[in-house]
Design a protein around this ligand. Structure first.
Ligand SMILES: NC(=O)c1ccc[n+]([C@@H]2O[C@H](COP(=O)([O-])OP(=O)(O)OC[C@H]3O[C@@H](n4cnc5c(N)ncnc54)[C@H](OP(=O)(O)O)[C@@H]3O)[C@@H](O)[C@H]2O)c1
Length: 398
């Protein structure tokens, strides 16, 4: 079977993460042959570090190459749907970082759009974008690999097996993520990110919950358990009177989130067609490093997963410099005191396993575990959540 040629788009955090995990694949399965970024400087720097022969700042030039079979999109969300459709129409398979898409503005919108455009209109636009990608993928017969790493975390894989081994039902899922703010400058405004914490982080939690209920349904009754309703609330905690008071007392310097027109806290409850619920809680006001957990409360058991900072290894240091540059966990403020560094963050968080599955799916001409249907369903739930939060009501899903 031939070696897959990968064309990577983006040259920052997501792209580095994908590159690190392509490098662990068995030789001959896939090789990154081209890299495209907004600027040649950024693309060239990362390409040189990783011996990638072709560099461009023109996405069309990457698509035009015959030695590239797969386009791996690690660009800001506003570019996702357009780049994915162009890639599919050029006959390329697609790997795409989360989220699939969103609403990024339309001619005539008052800016900043996050403060002015009604969420119901945003929901229609986001779903149009999402369905356009699904249609392009189907029309062109290419594979779409949705890089929802939570689905691939070994903790979620074990949760699947445990649910499968029990005879009970998952009555409630709780999924949460928090940290002190995104690394990406694009995350600050709705126009480039399509939303705030609910989309940026909540898409992982929602993805994991939808995936688990789909899987539980397939195992128990031969068809997935579908989400049918959403209730949500969102807030801008970072720019609240409470945060302003802390700023005046110079007690706010650890939270880096500085949103323009997006929320940085959200709570969302999904109702499923079997009468069960999943609750999702996300926040940019979470010190202590990245926190990502999913818990299943079942009729016959409880399963708690923790993808980051679990106690497989614990450290103590009287000073933050003791362990030098050794990586602990993302967005941790200090290595002083007691800590729980991740033994292998890429493995625990599912990044290594997702890349392996995607390359296997494309080479083996099969659906990846996380594909286009999950990607579209996440946008449906999250934008229903935005409508719910704005209009103060439960929103039904189509
Ligand atoms: N799964 C996860 O846990 C996770 C974590 C982080 C991010 N992500 C996802 O990864 C994606 C990228 O985020 P990030 O934080 O890595 O990146 P970022 O800081 O948002 O930077 C985006 C990258 O896209 C490039 N870019 C922008 N416009 C472009 C264009 N027109 N053509 C080609 N390249 C363009 C930029 O080029 P320059 O460098 O030249 O500016 C930059 O390298 C997002 O979808 C994000 O949601 C996922």
């Amino acid at each position: 079977m031939k070696t897959l040629g990968i064309g990577l788009v983006g040259a920052r955090y997501g792209a580095r993460m994908h590159l690190a995990n392509f490098a662990h694949l068995p030789p001959g399965s896939a090789v990154v042959r081209g890299l495209c970024a907004r600027t040649l400087e950024s693309a060239t720097a990362l390409a040189q570090e990783n011996n990638i022969p072709f560099v461009t700042d023109d996405f069309g030039a990457l698509l035009a190459r015959d030695d590239i079979d797969v386009i791996d999109l690690c660009v800001p969300p506003a570019l996702h749907h357009e780049f994915a459709i162009r890639a599919a129409d050029a006959g390329k398979h697609i790997i795409m970082e989360k989220p699939l898409t969103g609403y990024f503005g339309a001619p005539g919108d008052t800016e900043p759009i996050g403060r002015h455009v009604p969420r119901s209109r945003m929901r229609e636009g986001a779903m149009r974008n999402a369905e356009a990608v699904r249609a392009a993928v189907r029309r062109n017969g290419v594979r779409f690999c949705y890089a929802e790493n939570w689905v691939y975390s070994p903790t979620i894989a074990k949760m699947r097996r445990l649910i499968g081994a029990s005879k009970g039902s998952v009555l409630e899922l709780r999924a949460e993520e928090n940290h002190s703010g995104s690394n990406s400058v694009y995350s600050r405004d709705w126009k480039s990110n399509g939303g705030g914490a609910l989309l940026r982080m909540g898409v992982h939690s929602v993805g994991a919950c939808l995936h688990l209920k789909q899987w539980e349904g397939e195992v128990r009754r031969g068809q997935g358990i579908r989400p049918v309703s959403v209730v949500a609330d969102t807030a801008n905690l970072v720019h609240s009177p409470a945060a302003d008071r802390a700023r005046q007392a110079n007690a706010n310097r650890w939270i880096s989130a500085d949103p323009i027109d997006v929320e940085n806290w959200a709570s969302l409850i999904i109702g499923f067609d079997d009468g069960t619920r999943a609750s999702v809680l996300v926040s940019d006001a979470g010190l202590g490093g990245l926190n990502t957990r999913v818990t299943a409360y079942m009729t016959d058991g409880v399963i708690k997963t923790n993808m980051t900072a679990n106690d497989a290894i614990e450290t103590y240091a009287p000073d933050a410099t003791v362990f030098g540059d050794e990586f602990f966990t993302e967005k941790l403020e200090t290595k002083a005191g007691w800590n729980r560094p991740s033994c292998d963050a890429d493995w625990f968080r599912g990044f290594a396993q997702e890349i392996t599955d995607f390359v296997g799916a494309i080479r083996g001409d099969r659906e990846p575990r996380s594909g286009i249907d999950l990607a579209v369903a996440c946008i449906d739930v999250i934008y229903a959540g935005y409508v719910s939060a704005e209009e103060g009501r439960r929103v039904s899903l189509s």
